[in-house]
Design a protein around this ligand. Structure first.
Ligand code: NAP
Length: 241
């Protein structure tokens, strides 16, 4: 592996992909060698980065780590390519089905992988707070309300499900509600309701840079690590705390 990891951005034409490419261009601790979208792009090289369509994935240059913010439709081929190339995978794609999750975990036997429903430091802290609140408030109702822009395809959001798992792990029984409105980047409210009182824990993302910055940070640290399922807490929270 090169000291400065060679990075493939998967989902490059999307909202997240565009932010990843912009932020990556300003960093000297990694090097984007390929940008991949679903459809083959009209422009083949942009700012020195070669662009590819999903059907051309087999022909991309060598890379050390793929950063994937795309759609579940493209996940299987990307995962197989990472395994074949012995490259690490950082994925934030939500809405993966059970078979795709199983394939990701199986791939972790041979490559380092990190999937997270949310790459922001604030949500990592929120997850911890939710688990603690659930443990301290047995028997209280637990409701998770998530709000996103109208073009988000999956619901409840991956982050809401991750927060729900944190609560359920401490005995809560979370229920979910989803709002799709305007251009909301991402908001998550976790409320615990008892008789006569309510605790509300909330995170509001106002800018996609927080997710992209977290994913790029992780991508500089994952290549060269042992194969396995790495966590956002290991690679993001401990580094920034
Ligand atoms: N974990 C986190 O922190 C976090 C934060 C934000 C978003 N997300 C998730 O990240 C994903 C992307 O979000 P977004 O808002 O950027 O979506 P988006 O704007 O719809 O972009 C989707 C991207 O995926 C590409 N794509 C579609 N089908 C593909 C295929 N078969 N193979 C390869 N690429 C394909 C699209 O290419 P074309 O334009 O050519 O179709 C586009 O580049 C979603 O799952 C979202 O929930 C996660």
């Amino acid at each position: 592996m090169s000291v400065r990891p060679r990075v493939l951005i998967h989902g490059a034409s999307g909202r997240m992909g565009q932010v990843l490419l912009r932020l990556a261009a300003g960093r000297d601790d990694l090097h984007v060698v390929a940008a991949v979208s679903g459809r083959a792009p009209k422009q083949r090289v942009v700012d020195g980065v070669p662009y590819f369509g999903a059907s051309e994935l087999g022909g991309v240059p060598e890379f050390d780590v793929a950063i994937d913010f795309s759609l579940p439709e493209g996940f299987d081929v990307l995962l197989a390519t990472c395994v074949k190339r012995k490259a690490a995978l950082v994925s934030g794609t939500t809405g993966l089905d059970d078979g795709q999750r199983a394939a990701l975990y199986a791939a972790a036997a041979t490559i380092p992988v990190l999937w997270a429903s949310n790459f922001s430091l604030g949500v990592a802290v929120l997850q911890d707070l939710v688990a603690r609140a659930a443990a301290l408030l047995p028997g209280w109702d637990c409701d998770i309300v998530e709000s996103h822009h109208t073009r988000k395809v999956d619901a409840p959001s991956g982050t809401a499900l991750t927060l729900g798992e944190a609560a359920a792990g401490q005995g809560a029984d979370p229920h979910y509600a989803s709002i799709r409105a305007g251009d909301i980047v991402g908001e998550h409210l976790v409320q615990f309701t008892g008789i006569g009182e309510r605790v509300e824990l909330v995170h509001r993302a106002t800018n996609r840079d927080i997710f992209a910055g977290g994913a790029l940070h992780v991508a500089t640290r994952l290549p060269g690590r042992a194969p396995g399922r790495h966590t956002i807490a290991d690679l993001l929270v401990s580094a920034l705390a």
